[in-house]
Design a protein around this ligand. Structure first.
Ligand code: PEP
Length: 255
């Protein structure tokens, strides 16, 4: 399938890093470094950093996203944020189903599906994360695990809605560990996911959907990973906190 039909997306996931003041300064610092990007550039920041990030990014090619949202519109959910709240702030993207949410906050395939549907209903773009643990890879069940995660996450989502979904393949063993999947490992699983989209929807949807790789992508390995036919971008943790490193990844995706 033709990779040229897809615009790569490089998205930073700051996790629980940077204060509002640091956010405002960082976005202003990174803006000129990515101004001529030939890919989409997104920073997914902590909730309290959304307003300063949006303010600093105004008029630039940087889009701002959150790292989670709840599936209910409102109510007694202490500590949670709804999709509607994000939309009301002009947030464009939201990460759903990151492995840290699954691991530490009891996120399941079912709640990932509910959050995804809630976000799409509000007009947000979703970066939907799937990925296997090291034990699952070693047991030879990577394909089954990521396919199940994606299938459940997409339950009830129409082909039209799929246009607002980016899939992020993030092997859990590669996140924040410095261990990157080889480009062949990344390609293999991204191709499995694209094929599943073809089965669930159609060849047209499979050809259009952006599939990122995430897991210790950095300035040194981005070129190689992004050269693969089914890897359309990256979800970047650690390296998105450093403006120079991040801009090198953006340049690699812009080729
Ligand atoms: C992530 O948080 O999604 C991620 C890929 O982190 P890192 O790049 O630090 O491995």
């Amino acid at each position: 399938m033709n990779k040229q039909k897809r615009t790569p997306v490089i998205a930073g996931n700051w996790k629980m890093n940077k204060t509002p003041a640091e956010t405002f300064a960082f976005i202003n610092e990174v803006k000129p470094l990515v101004a001529d990007a030939d890919c989409k550039v997104v920073f997914c920041v902590p909730f309290v950093d959304l307003a300063p990030a949006i303010e600093a990014a105004k008029g630039s090619n940087i889009a701002i996203g959150a790292q989670n949202c709840h599936f209910e519109k409102s109510g007694a959910f202490t500590g949670e944020i709804s999709a509607e709240m994000l939309k009301s702030m002009d947030v464009e993207y939201v990460i759903i189903g990151h492995s840290e949410r699954r691991q530490y906050f009891a996120e399941t395939n079912e709640t990932v599906n509910k959050r995804t549907r809630a976000a799409l209903a509000e007009g947000l773009k979703v970066i939907l994360c799937v990925g296997e643990t090291l034990a699952e890879r070693e047991a030879g069940i990577t394909s089954e695990i990521v396919s199940m995660q994606l299938k459940v996450a997409l339950n009830g989502i129409s082909a039209d809605e799929l246009e607002n979904i980016i899939i992020a393949y993030e092997p859990v063993w590669a996140i924040g560990t410095g261990k990157t999947a080889t480009s062949d490992q990344a390609e293999e699983v991204c191709a499995i996911l694209r094929n599943l989209v073809k089965e669930l929807y159609s060849e047209n949807e499979a050809e259009k959907i952006v599939i990122q790789y995430g897991g210790s992508m950095n300035a040194g390995n981005a070129d190689e990973l992004l050269s693969k036919p089914d890897v359309d971008g990256g979800l970047i943790g650690g390296a998105s906190l450093k403006s120079n490193d991040f801009s090198i990844i953006v340049k690699a995706a812009s080729k």
